[in-house]
Ligand binder design. Structure first.
Ligand SMILES: Nc1ncnc2c1ncn2[C@@H]1O[C@H](COP(=O)(O)OP(=O)(O)OP(=O)(O)O)[C@@H](O)[C@H]1O
Length: 947
């Protein structure tokens, strides 16, 4: 057996190459040193690979030579890419030309690498003497094997993570078989940076159409980890591409899953295996219901796990709940294994819970972690028959045709439930026969092969019945804190999935304020991805319309905001409905995204719903991009008396309706509070004029404030009335505006956002409902009419500008006097419509108001930004330090023309950095390609090492 330290057990790429990673064994050090003279061997990793040949490569003849050439080419393509990735990451790497045994990158030695000896030492493979040389015998493929090796010096701790980055395709979620191998993108096709993180070509095509050339840093980090099956908590600055970071891998995995199901349906014989209408679907080992260490052969009838440390399990695609059923498992390579039956609710570790029953090679039966002696041990070449008697409620086994007697009586809670063939292995291999071909020993009288059980007595993992009758049930649920954000994310999914075909994916928006009929219909027709707000999604789940028994992804976007809005209980309730028993590649993956993930509440939630989440914190606490400039305008009604003017009319919030206000010299809090409300609207108008604003998002505290500001801006525009669509030619009115606030209907909000994005209206007045996630490309300005009462909301509000490396300016109006504002603690009442002596009292006095202290809120924001926010000059020009930085733009604009434009002349800093980082690797790739091509012609030596 293997005598070296194995860092990664044998894995299989989707196109069938096996590889593993090892420390350089002591007995090989001299040979390796001779191969790479001058290269220190500290940290040297050896990466042997094997490909299965169609022919026995010991044979002679042109056909064998042709096949060797084909396998050689495939290896070289693979090795080149891996070495290039390692080099790009700053690591030393090389690979051996299997023809000559010579290194391909670091040349200048005549020493030849012995592949055969290496595989014996590293993996314990056996050899055979073929006369002139020793040849390797692969445990599955015998001498139909083509071995070749790579070497690398990469830090060990980078292995688990970087493996996915180096490797051309993460293999956990890939399906087995030839279709995958034929897929364009790898190996062979030109590499792009999205390919490097594992994104499928169809998705790359879609994002390229959107003008995305390289992944953003958060995408580069998250995509491979999600594709690799991990839970993640990710924080990065606003506008950094978080939506793509989860949407792309979720779409890819969901599509792979659905394609696998479709294929397995297509593979099922028409009308069933035996031609009868009631014949069951064909049963194979389920590539989607397995641990990642288990590899399955393309025909789905053989499984292998090469880990010496971990057990790996897999189930069949068909289970039985009626009749007397039989299947056979034959040990085709020695190791540890258990075979038996389990429900879908069982863990893949057979026999360790109440839902599964196993029989192990050591002669023990296992159920619910209890291992008892049964039958006798079995091993290499033995065939175990697994018997399930659904009528009698019992399970038994045979060994090479000999019955071993009853093993288990099915407990009451499992009667009538479908039990699936289940296998669990450690460093072993098994072949299974469900009865589609003749059995080795055959079932005892009264039992039939699983393939012959009528469909009416079987369940299939892909067609669990649903109340809606849909044959496609949601695999991903994405929650957003606001309807508009959900709609935006839903639209992103639609755009990204454009080229994912055969089958096309289906996604639907589930938000309140919309007609549920569309959602009901989508579910009836079959749905893959749900994007929505918690309330509406939960409504559908609770009424049984939205089945969640196949959910693979639970994504909480803006997770901190979801919790703020009181959804914690609801999220937990929803989470508990998702399949929890899934293991391996079918385990539920939980992804938490936000610009701010630091609250204890988010951490506590993650502890409950994530499994060992990987935390990707690209920015830390202050997640505002450098592309945002922050300025303030101090509003002091005692100094600036323009609030006394009656024209143009301003509209305030009625909070001082009963107070004496509007007095120039009355020194009461109420008078100054009302004055500052009026003054802020005057300032708003001046700012709009000074910056000649074409497009700006204006944040207010409440829905009522939005209504009032809308009235004010509309009155400035000549009293044209509210914006009602393109016909109004909103752009001709310098103050044209519309509102995006919670109190408006979904249709109104949608139309407002659309009009603003299209540039049909200049100002979008909104509450914090638009603070998160809303993506308006190239937005130059945000104005805060009042500061939000929590500094992290400031981060999200200003994050609407400065996105995707575009410059943006955030202007905050800050009162120098206390301002009384509505703060309604009772839902549903609207005291501002009828202010009275009672409801205008403060919260402490039993009313619905508070005194807002903006200077204090400003301090909180500045603390969060770790710098003071400078004020605009008296003429509202930019402060000198900001003006100097954006200098060089149009004269007279004070630099303001820069806002809304890409920083650095259109090429983003991230893009430049990544281009610089990959440049040497691309040059090296070209050089290697040239070397590899010429080596095919020059080198004639055989692949096998001479004995
Ligand atoms: N790889 C990329 N290349 C170019 N543009 C990109 C890329 N990824 C995302 N974008 C663009 O960047 C903008 C911001 O993306 P996105 O809305 O996903 O950001 P976010 O991080 O979710 O922001 P927020 O925290 O505000 O929700 C969008 O306009 C999007 O189209």
């Amino acid at each position: 057996m293997a005598a070296s330290t194995t860092l990664l057990d044998v894995q299989t790429t989707p196109w069938g190459l096996e590889y593993s990673i090892h420390e350089c064994p002591r007995r090989h050090r001299d040979d390796v040193a001779a191969l790479f003279p001058g290269t220190p061997l500290d940290g040297m990793l050896v990466i042997p690979t094997c490909q299965q040949a169609q022919m026995d490569l010991v044979q002679m003849g042109q056909k064998v030579e042709d096949e060797k050439d084909r396998l050689l080419e495939r290896f070289v393509e693979f090795a080149k890419v891996v070495c290039e990735r390692l080099a790009a990451a700053g690591h030393w790497a090389d690979y051996i030309d299997p023809c000559s045994g010579l290194p391909m990158v670091h040349r200048g030695t005549n020493a030849v690498y012995g592949e055969v000896e290496a595989l014996v030492t590293l993996l314990g493979y056996k050899t055979q003497n073929a006369g002139c040389c020793k040849i390797i015998l692969h445990p599955k493929w015998g001498s139909s094997v083509y071995p070749a090796s790579m070497f690398a010096k990469a830090p060990l701790e980078a292995r688990a993570d970087n493996c996915y980055k180096w490797w051309p395709h993460n293999q956990q979620h890939s399906s087995q078989g030839t279709e995958e191998a034929a897929r364009p993108g790898w190996p062979g096709a030109g590499m792009s940076a999205f390919e490097e993180v594992g994104v499928a070509p169809e998705l790359i095509r879609a994002v390229e159409e959107l003008g995305w050339t390289l992944p953003t840093p958060i995408q580069a980090e998250c995509v491979p980890l999600i594709l690799g099956g991990g839970d993640i908590m990710a924080a990065a600055e606003t506008g950094s591409g978080k939506t793509g970071a989860f949407a792309l891998p979720v779409l890819q995995i969901v599509h792979e899953a659905i394609r696998t199901r479709q294929r397995s349906r297509q593979n099922a014989p028409a009308g069933g295996g035996n031609g009868g209408a009631d014949a069951p679907p064909a049963c194979v080992l389920n590539a989607e219901d397995r641990d990642s260490v288990v590899a399955i052969s393309p025909d789905g009838l053989r499984c292998q796990a090469r880990s010496e440390q971990a057990w790996g399990g897999v189930r069949g695609t068909v289970g039985a709940f009626g009749g007397r059923v039989y299947y056979e498992a034959t040990v085709s390579d020695e190791g540890l294994c258990r075979v038996g039956w389990s429900t879908q609710a069982a863990s893949l570790d057979l026999g360790t819970d109440r839902h599964s029953f196993g029989f192990g090679g050591t002669g023990k039966k296992s159920h619910n972690r209890s291992f008892d002696s049964y039958g006798e041990p079995y091993g290499l070449n033995d065939t175990v028959g697994c018997l399930l008697d659904c009528q009698g409620g019992s399970i038994a086994f045979t060994k090479n045709g000999q019955q071993l007697g009853p093993a288990f009586q099915l407990p009451q809670y499992l009667q009538g439930q479908a039990l699936y063939p289940a296998i669990c292995l450690k460093n072993a291999e098994l072949a299974v026969n469900f009865g589609a071909t003749p059995f080795k020993h055959g079932p005892p009288p009264g039992f039939v092969g699983l393939a012959s059980v009528p469909r009416s007595a079987t369940a299939s993992w892909q067609d669990t019945p649903s109340s809606s009758g849909a044959d496609r049930k949601p695999l991903a649920i994405i929650l957003e804190p606001a309807r508009d954000l959900a709609e935006q994310t839903h639209n992103n999914f639609t755009a990204f999935r454009k080229f994912l075909t055969d089958p096309a994916l289906r996604n639907e928006l589930f938000v309140g304020g919309t007609n549920p009929q569309a959602q009901v219909r989508a579910l009836q027709e079959g749905l893959d991805i749900v994007v929505g707000t918690p309330g509406r999604v939960m409504d559908f789940i609770e009424t049984g319309k939205l089945p969640c028994d196949q959910v693979k992804f639970f994504v909480l976007d803006e997770a901190d905001r979801l919790l703020d809005t009181g959804n914690q209980e609801l999220i937990m309730k929803m989470f508990r409905r998702f399949p929890q028993a899934g293991a391996g590649v079918s385990r539920l993956q939980v992804l938490l995204f936000s610009a701010t993930l630091h609250s204890p509440e988010v951490r506590a939630l993650a502890d409950k719903i994530c499994q060992n989440p990987i935390i990707i914190d690209l920015k830390g606490k202050d997640a505002v991009p450098e592309t945002v400039d922050h300025v303030l305008v101090r509003c002091d009604p005692q100094e600036d008396r323009s609030w006394l003017q009656s024209n143009p009319e301003v509209f305030t919030d009625n909070i001082h309706a009963l107070d004496r206000t509007g007095q120039p010299n009355l020194d009461t809090r109420e008078n100054w509070s009302e004055a500052v409300k009026r003054l802020k609207q005057r300032y708003l108008q001046r700012i709009i004029d000074a910056f000649q604003m074409d497009q700006c998002l204006i944040f207010c505290r409440t829905n009522f404030d939005c209504d009032n500001l809308e009235k004010f801006l509309n009155s400035l525009g000549g009293g044209a009335g509210g914006f009602r669509g393109k016909r109004e030619t909103g752009k001709e009115n310098p103050y044209s505006c519309c509102v995006l606030a919670g109190a408006r209907s979904m249709d109104e909000r949608r139309a407002a956002l659309e009009a603003f994005k299209e540039g049909d209206v200049r100002f979008l007045i909104c509450t914090d409902v638009a603070a998160r996630g809303i993506d308006i490309q190239g937005l130059p300005y945000v104005i805060n009419m009042t500061l939000p009462d929590r500094s992290e909301d400031y981060i999200h509000r200003v994050g609407r500008v400065g996105r995707a490396d575009t410059m943006g300016l955030a202007i905050s109006l800050v009162s120098s006097v206390p301002e009384k504002v509505w703060y309604c603690t009772v839902k549903g009442i609207k005291p501002w419509l009828a202010p009275d002596a009672k409801n205008t009292r403060t919260n402490e006095q039993g009313g619905h108001t508070i005194w807002y202290d903006e200077p204090q809120l400003l301090q909180d924001v500045e603390k969060r930004l770790t710098r003071p926010i400078p004020a605009l000059a008296a003429d509202l020009s930019l402060p000198s330090e900001i003006a100097a930085r954006v200098a060089g733009t149009q004269a007279g604009s004070g630099g303001a023309a820069q806002y809304g434009q890409q920083r650095g002349g259109g090429v983003s800093k991230d893009v430049m950095e990544r281009v610089q980082a990959v440049r040497p690797a691309v040059q090296e790739l070209a050089r290697l390609e040239h070397q590899a091509q010429t080596s095919f012609f020059q080198l004639k030596r055989k692949w096998a090492a001479v004995a």
